[in-house]
Design a binder for this molecule. Structure first.
Ligand SMILES: Cc1cc2nc3c(=O)[nH]c(=O)nc-3n(C[C@H](O)[C@H](O)[C@H](O)COP(=O)(O)OP(=O)(O)OC[C@H]3O[C@@H](n4cnc5c(N)ncnc54)[C@H](O)[C@@H]3O)c2cc1C
Ligand code: SF4
Ligand code: SF4
Length: 1015
């Protein structure tokens, strides 16, 4: 077996970077995120396992990549640990010996689907949920699917081996896999099929990197579900045995024990901006609740009889509906933990009730159990003991998982999987196949580079498990005395109590990872919601630091709320990051993204983010419409900054439609201020509050009852965020908010006959997050409006409505423009895939983003606003603003670039003569003398971080005129912006410098020393 490789040598790093370019990550802090799986281990076990940070992470995107990686690893005897969804809990993705983590999540394509033969060939890293969606498009469906389908992968399930939904009819997951392509540890590709396949199954990444899998699938059919309750495990067992005997043709059988059902009733509600979403959640009986699923066409007449004869009771349809809707939310109750001690066992069905009895008798802590019945007569029991990983008692309570395993073994069962923790049980898991597996590994991996220790275990850990099994009654006694009461959280370091609680609750299942745009725009775990929860726990444990880099990670979230929609624990994730923005920037005064400071200055001065003049804000209003707008009205149209200054077609389109539909409205004219969302996400909540107060005051002065917006972000502020802040601040609010598409739906009969000009184009529709998933779920009105345009060919994008992908604008554009262009390109690609001429949206920011991103990615597609398209069809001449939007973006892009610490250091280096001259006279003389002092460099380096922050407040105003000129040289600006810069820049610099200087000083110091030496 290879030695532990905690770090690569400099040459190895260079070589790996040359092979994989941007797909290798060598950063120490990023690597830390790849050191664990879903299991929360007790501190004692963690100590035994030791440091598990890998030396590098490589994203394997092709078979060729896998070959190159393994050739490299063999050359230097470096361990390689394959990692897919990382949703397993047996240590298979833990790099106990360091080395390289081979992340296969980009190896995720569907290669072919054949409805005739009912087979699919896929790349191994494809997530089950995505594969099912692709199969459904062709009228097919998976045979068996793990309950972790939103994050786990085809290759991961084969390598981990397990059962899932559908296993009653189709057996273990791997029984539906026909052929596997794998790059063996020696870097050679081989295909396995038939009986040979068993040499790979459950081998947890120790036999190579799987690249392709051929699966047997089935025809898609509507499924019915029946849920029933049983008074005890014996009754449930009896029903299940009858169903098997009578060969009732079910597809899937899964169940909960009474403790789990009870906890499910108590699980926290799903919230959306503090409002309960799942008000109609049905209540489960505190009993064994079993759900039977079957294709609707099948005759399952024996089912009811089997349930009733065993003493069971069929439950109302709302329960079976709810249970199947919550298919993949098996860990939902973890929020009541917040930690779980797991014990997964496989037991024969005929002994199942005995196992439950024994668990009850011997384990004094609450055991929640979920069961999955397999067609071969076995049942998988996933047992969880709620606990707290922060309690010292977690160590001793963990012994109870060995007690549950012992009960399984006494009843003819076994551990579900072996792996790092149960290596001593691998003979029970693999049986006769073990010898073949070991022979294969010996032949192709003589140096033991492939996931070392995963099947062998770790010496001390194996001994501890063996001792624990041998002295199980002792461990059980201690475990049974290790119960804890309700875990409470308090504010700790900079982490508010409610955020800390969520961090410990997170199951690390990874459902939120692949669809988070902050993650897929950058590709590394630290950027995902799962990664951020991991960070918080590590920070609270003293193993991470919350510095500017991490602050940026919290700030970079686009607020798309995809994570909230996907979280199996229904956690309010995006809200937690919003809380962190306020905590870190508003309270702790950490730096926000620098361009937000210029925006804040512009906002406070001119009430808009585009550094334009307040007096020009309402110039977009067409004269004939202005003439009709009253001072006071029930409705007011609120245009927002981007539609007022950049994409005026959005605002003009909106008022034209409203007017043609007969809606009377007023507006705030040049008193309108930005809705404030940029300041909210920037964490500059003092500015947000000022703006919000101003807008609400002005709106109410005009007697408005309902605010109509075109921009979804404005909608979100007026509809949801302003009322919440108003309540917090004691302001009477009383305003309703609607999007224009909702208002126009009420007047479509008036509007529709007025459509004149056809639009003979294929138009794909993009749902904006803040009106859709993260807002009011307004999906149909804009579609209806768009489809009403004559001649249009409407297309849905692959990810639409609740699953719609974010356009990647605003925060990503401010934080890292290249990431925003990539995200925009990905979304536009969906429109290209459906052969659209136009990608249409109703958000001015999405439209700017698509226009900029299509230009950057050289994609030939138009981006148009819904209102503008409709208004043109109504016969209005509304000029296309694409070119103006692209031009307006240029100074912003340059300014964002300039505000990077490296570029600010460059700018300051250019201003060194002026900066020196602005220093107090004695200091200037000292600097001049310093060049004659031997060892001046060494002297200056520690002095600068102390000196510069003290000097800056007096130096900056003096050098500001030169700084402005230097900025103008770098950023081509329109006149209005140039004129305002002298007001905006000093304010922005004043706010930025305290936090930015520590990043600038190390870059500036050597140049300053050089300068002093030369002058
Ligand atoms: C909420 C939840 C529900 C779950 N439900 C089920 C269930 O119903 N049934 C079940 O069996 N399990 C279940 N699990 C456990 C887990 O999801 C499965 O084991 C899953 O198959 C792991 O897949 P993954 O893609 O996450 O693999 P990972 O966890 O990333 O990896 C698992 C193992 O496979 C190896 N591996 C992964 N990909 C490759 C590859 N391409 N080539 C070589 N080796 C590879 C890794 O090295 C590791 O040893 C559940 C987990 C959670 C969190
Ligand atoms: S809100 Fe969107 S970008 Fe932010 S963490 Fe959630 S999924 Fe990622
Ligand atoms: S945040 Fe939710 S979805 Fe994401 S890993 Fe945690 S529990 Fe899973």
């Amino acid at each position: 077996m290879t030695d532990r490789v905690p770090e690569l040598s400099a040459d190895q790093k260079t070589e790996l970077s040359e092979i994989f370019g941007e797909y290798v990550n060598l950063d120490k802090r990023e690597r830390h995120y790849y050191n664990h799986d879903i299991g929360a281990l007790p501190p004692l076990v963690k100590k035994v396992i030791g440091n598990t940070d890998p030396a590098a992470v490589v994203k394997v995107r092709s078979e060729e990549d896998a070959v190159k990686l393994l050739e490299f690893a063999n050359r230097y005897k470096i361990p390689v640990v394959p990692r897919a969804g990382a949703s397993s809990g047996y240590g298979g993705v833990i790099p106990t010996k360091g080395g390289v983590v081979a992340d296969v999540t980009l190896l995720n394509g569907v290669l072919s689907i054949d409805p005739e033969t009912e087979t699919a060939v896929v790349q191994s890293g494809i997530i089950w949920e995505k594969l099912e969606r692709k199969l459904n498009e062709k009228g097919l469906s998976l045979r068996a699917i793990p309950s972790s389908a939103p994050s786990s992968t085809v290759g991961g399930w084969l390598m981990q081996s397990g059962a899932g939904y559908g296993s009653y009819e189709f057996g273990w997951g791997h029984e539906s896999m026909e052929n596997v392509r794998i790059v063996l540890p020696n870097g050679k590709m081989k295909e396995f099929s038939g009986p040979e396949l068993s040499k790979l199954i459950g081998t947890m990444g120790t036999t190579g990197i799987i690249t392709e899998v051929t699966l047997k699938v089935q025809r898609q059919e509507e499924r019915n579900a029946v849920s029933a309750s049983f008074p005890n495990a014996a009754a449930l067992r009896e029903a299940l045995e009858t169903i098997r005997e009578k060969k009732v043709p079910l597809w899937s059988i899964s169940f909960l024990n009474p403790e789990w059902a009870d906890m499910k009733n108590k699980a926290p509600r799903k919230l959306h901006y503090g409002e309960v979403v799942d008000k109609d959640r049905p209540v489960l009986p505190k009993a064994y609740v079993c759900t039977f699923m079957y294709p609707a066409s099948r005759d399952v007449s024996g089912l009811t009889e089997a349930i009733e004869n065993a003493g069971g009771t069929a439950l109302p349809e709302e329960i079976s509906k709810h249970e199947t809707e919550e298919w993949f939310k098996s860990m939902k109750v973890k929020r009541l933990g917040p930690s779980f001690i797991p014990a997964e066992i496989l037991v024969p069905l005929d002994k199942m009730d005995r196992v439950f009895e024994e668990i009850k008798k011997r384990i004094k802590l609450q055991v929640l159990t979920e069961g999955m019945v397999i067609g071969d007569g076995n049942v998988v029991l996933l047992c969880f003991i709620p606990h707290s990983e922060r309690s010292v008692l977690f160590n001793t309570a963990f012994a109870l998982s060995l007690s549950i395993l012992k009960i399984a073994e006494e009843n003819g069962g076994r551990v579900y999987s072996s792996g790092l923790f149960f290596a001593s049980k691998k003979k029970d898991v693999f049986g006769d196949k073990l010898a073949e597996i070991e022979a294969l590994r010996k032949e192709f991996d003589p140096s033991g580079i492939m996931n070392p220790e995963t099947l062998e275990g770790k010496g001390l850990l194996n001994t501890a498990v063996s001792m624990g099994s041998a002295f199980e009654p002792l461990g059980r006694m201690a475990g049974n005395m290790s119960g804890i009461g309700k875990t409470t959280f308090k504010d700790e370091k900079e982490i508010p109590a409610e955020v800390a609680e969520l961090a410990y609750s997170c199951s690390q299942c990874g459902y939120c990872v692949s669809e988070c745009d902050q993650y897929y725009g950058r590709g590394w775990e630290s950027q995902s919601p799962r990664g951020k929860w991991f960070f918080i726990k590590e920070y609270l444990a003293g193993r991470e630091k919350l510095d500017q880099r991490q602050t940026n990670t919290f700030l970079a979230c686009t607020t798309c709320q995809m994570c909230d929609a996907r979280c199996e624990l229904d956690m309010p994730i995006e809200h937690a990051w919003m809380t962190m923005r306020g905590k870190l920037v508003d309270e702790e005064k950490k730096m926000t993204f620098p361009p937000f400071e210029i925006m804040a200055a512009s906002l406070l001065k001119e009430r808009n983010i585009w550094a334009n003049y307040r007096k020009d804000r309402d110039k977009w209003i067409p004269d004939d419409i202005r003439a009709k707008m009253k001072d006071e009205a029930e409705y007011a149209y609120f245009a927002g900054c981007t539609a007022s200054f950049v994409e005026k077609d959005v605002a003009v389109g909106a008022v034209r439609m409203l007017n043609d539909a007969g809606v009377e409205f007023t507006g705030l004219f040049d008193r309108e201020a930005c809705c404030g969302i940029p300041m909210l996400v920037a964490g500059k909540w003092d500015v947000f509050e000022k703006i919000m107060r101003m807008n609400v005051y002005n709106m109410k002065k005009r007697g408005v009852k309902t605010v109509i917006t075109s921009c979804p972000a404005c909608w979100l502020m007026w509809h949801t965020v302003y009322p919440q802040w108003a309540e917090k601040l004691g302001i009477e609010y009383g305003l309703e908010t609607k999007h224009y598409s909702e208002v126009l739906m009420e007047h479509l009969d008036v509007l529709k006959p007025k459509f004149k000009k056809p639009l003979n184009k294929v138009v794909a529709w993009h749902d904006s997050c803040h009106l859709g998933r993260a807002g009011g779920k307004v999906y149909e009105p804009p579609r209806e409006l768009l489809k009403a345009i004559p001649g249009i060919q409407f297309r849905e994008l692959e990810h639409n409505r609740e699953q719609a992908h974010c356009c990647g604008s605003v925060v990503s554009l401010i934080a890292e423009p290249p990431v925003a262009y990539k995200l925009g390109g990905m979304r536009i690609q969906e429109a290209v895939d459906v052969k659209a001429d136009i990608i249409a949206a109703l958000c001015p920011c999405c439209t700017v983003q698509f226009r900029v991103a299509s230009e950057k990615n050289n994609m030939k597609i138009e981006s148009q606003d819904l209102g503008a398209l409709v208004a043109r069809s109504l016969g209005y001449d509304i000029p296309d603003t694409t070119n103006y939007a692209l031009q307006s973006w240029v100074p912003f892009e340059k300014m964002i670039d300039l505000m990077q610490p490296e570029n600010m250091a460059d700018l300051m280096a250019e201003l060194l003569p002026e900066m020196m001259a602005a220093m107090p006279a004695p200091l200037q003389s000292m600097m001049k003398m310093a060049k004659y002092v031997p060892g001046m460099d060494a002297l200056m380096k520690p002095m600068m971080p102390v000196m510069m922050p003290r000097l800056m407040p007096s130096v900056m105003p003096k050098v500001m005129p030169d700084m402005l000129k230097a900025v103008e040289r770098r950023v081509p600006m329109p006149d209005y912006m140039k004129e305002q810069l002298p007001d905006l820049m000093p304010k922005a610099m004043e706010n930025l410098m305290p936090n930015m200087l520590p990043q600038i000083i190390p870059l500036l110091t050597p140049r300053m020393i050089e300068y002093i030496k030369k002058h």
